[in-house]
Design a protein. Structure first.
Length: 135
């Protein structure tokens, strides 16, 4: 399979303030295998960031605490994990326990990425159900 590498791009806005990368495919809710295969095909690792842990997101977190989930999602500009410029934003959504974001970056060992064990960031679907089940 010949896969064009995904690159940083402006996110598309969805209902409720959720946002996703334009090249993020639609996955069926709970389809962990397709998600894992897509990450492997693009040689990506993923990192989840919660709004409550983002030091620059005080205003977005306050909006979430007072019940404005859509406002907190659309206003939040998540910080890259560890400030590493290699990470780029894949999606921002309500993860069920509050706003969260997924960042991705190329695997450090590109030749080994097909055999890399992929973690389970969806944990049965908050991103998939928010973005794809209810657009």
């Amino acid at each position: 399979m010949n896969v064009l590498p995904i690159k940083a791009a402006p996110l598309l806005m969805h209902a409720g303030g959720a946002r996703s990368h334009p090249d993020l495919p639609l996955f069926d809710d709970g389809d962990q295998e397709s998600w894992d295969n897509w990450l492997r095909a693009h040689c990506l690792e993923v990192m989840r960031v919660w709004v409550e842990d983002d030091v620059r997101a005080v205003d977005s977190y306050r909006m979430f605490l007072v019940g404005d989930s859509a406002g907190s999602l659309s206003a939040w500009q998540p910080c890259r994990p560890d400030g590493d410029q290699a990470w780029f934003l894949l999606a921002v959504f309500d993860g069920g326990e509050g706003p969260c974001a997924y960042f991705v970056r190329r695997e450090a060992h590109l030749f080994d990425c097909i055999d890399t064990q992929v973690t389970q960031p969806f944990e049965n679907g908050p991103l998939m159900s928010v973005l794809y089940g209810k657009l």
